[in-house]
Design a protein around this ligand. Structure first.
Ligand SMILES: *Cc1c(COP(=O)(O)O)cnc(C)c1O
Length: 386
């Protein structure tokens, strides 16, 4: 399809389905597809639908707002959220039958109020901090949290539906922190079980652990990045045939000749040592393209990978066409599935000294519009945004 878009993100929903299905088959436990941060930049609602189609029993998001947006879009399945501030709209969360994570007795107090307001039984999951030192109860505070949760359950306020934790170093499978956290998690489960809690799901693993650490799978795995086809642990992950779902593309704006000695872009950080041609690509850090990747990342133009030259600007960047003259209007692929020989989000992450998560999430929250395709349904290759 010919597209005159200056720049756009193309998301292949078939790739999301394929990845979720592959991960589910591999792990053999229930699947939570994590769609926070607008589906890691891929669009939360369309990717959530694709994940459900592929069998995801759960969706995971950070905030209550995200969870409520999924409900508003018609999702009726299990949804877990886990990040709040005091005074949050727990009433809406309870009314929407969300699984609400509690880290502290104070959060349980707020949920209890919401139960009173709505007249509904809540679904509560408890999080134990086993070593990330982010959200969750410390092991020292855990017995009191568990007692409070059990008392509220006996009083009919809620059902404790899950107990979970999160790993710090799952992308480094040999790090002893993984064993230590899993051991701490098992100890926390024992405390909860001794107090009479019988959670439906116990879960610890994100994408990297789900793939690399079978002992961490418990009843459910929470897969984000791998669902989008990106490698959660570069250099460690076996080839599972996951397919990157996002392509970031632009239209070549201009092709120009430069002479030896000509400097390129702000600060003159690249100077041509021989005559060449430059392609002007109309995207920059205002679109979420990392400025740090200038002089390092590549883009696919006219079938070849072309290095960026000079600094990446707010709205534009330059690639070296090596003396060739592809036509303005030609396609520029910043990154995509990699199947066409072009760069991937992982390549851009390495060029920008970051992780692929940040590449797709940022570019997906910039000004490039998103377009959905479905490579399994060519007749529907253009899918209306949800
Ligand atoms: C974001 C997140 C995940 C998903 O992690 P991936 O590495 O993308 O699979 C899982 N669990 C929690 C608590 C998260 O915040």
């Amino acid at each position: 399809m010919k597209s005159a878009a200056r720049a756009e993100i193309v998301v292949d929903l078939a790739a999301v389905r394929h990845n979720v299905h592959t991960l589910r088959e591999l792990t053999g436990v229930a699947m939570m597809t994590v769609v926070k941060a607008d589906g890691y930049g891929h669009g939360m609602v369309p990717t959530a639908r694709a994940a459900r189609e592929a069998g995801a029993e759960w969706l995971g998001v950070a905030t209550l707002d995200e969870a409520l947006e999924l409900r508003a879009a018609g999702d009726t399945g299990r949804i877990l959220c886990w990040l709040y501030v005091p005074g949050e709209e727990y009433d809406a969360g309870v009314a929407a039958d969300l699984d609400l994570t509690a880290y502290t007795p104070a959060e349980l107090d707020e949920i209890e109020e919401a139960v009173g307001d709505t007249g509904r039984t809540a679904r509560v999951q408890l999080k134990i901090d086993t070593g990330l030192s982010r959200g969750g109860s410390s092991p020292a505070a855990w017995p009191a949290l568990v007692e409070r949760a059990r008392a509220g359950e006996l009083a009919g306020h809620w059902k404790v539906t899950g107990i979970w934790s999160h790993l710090s170093s799952s992308d480094e499978p040999d790090d002893p922190a993984n064993d230590a956290q899993e051991t701490a998690f098992r100890a926390a489960l024992a405390v909860a079980e001794a107090a009479g809690l019988e959670p439906e799901v116990r879960h610890l693993a994100n994408s990297a652990a789900a793939i690399l650490r079978p002992s961490s799978r418990f009843d459910l795995v929470r897969c984000g990045i791998a669902s989008y086809g990106l490698d959660p642990a570069p250099g460690e992950t076996p080839d599972l045939g996951l397919v990157p779902a996002m392509t970031a593309r632009a239209t070549l704006a201009l092709v120009k000749d430069v002479a030896a000695g000509d400097a390129v872009s702000y600060g003159r950080t690249w100077i041509a040592d021989a005559p060449t041609t430059l392609g002007l690509v109309p995207v920059g850090y205002g679109d979420g393209v990392p400025r740090r990747a200038g002089n390092s990342a590549e883009a696919l133009v006219a079938g070849r990978r072309r290095p960026t030259r000079g600094r990446i600007c707010m709205d534009q960047l330059l690639v070296d066409l090596g003396g060739e003259h592809p036509a303005p209007g030609d396609d520029v692929e910043l990154f995509g599935s990699g199947r066409d020989g072009g760069p991937t989000a992982q390549d851009w992450a390495e060029a920008a000294d970051t992780i692929s998560y940040e590449i797709v999430t940022r570019i997906g929250s910039g000004r490039m519009p998103r377009r959905y395709v479905d490579s399994d349904r060519p007749d529907l290759s253009e899918v209306a945004p949800a």
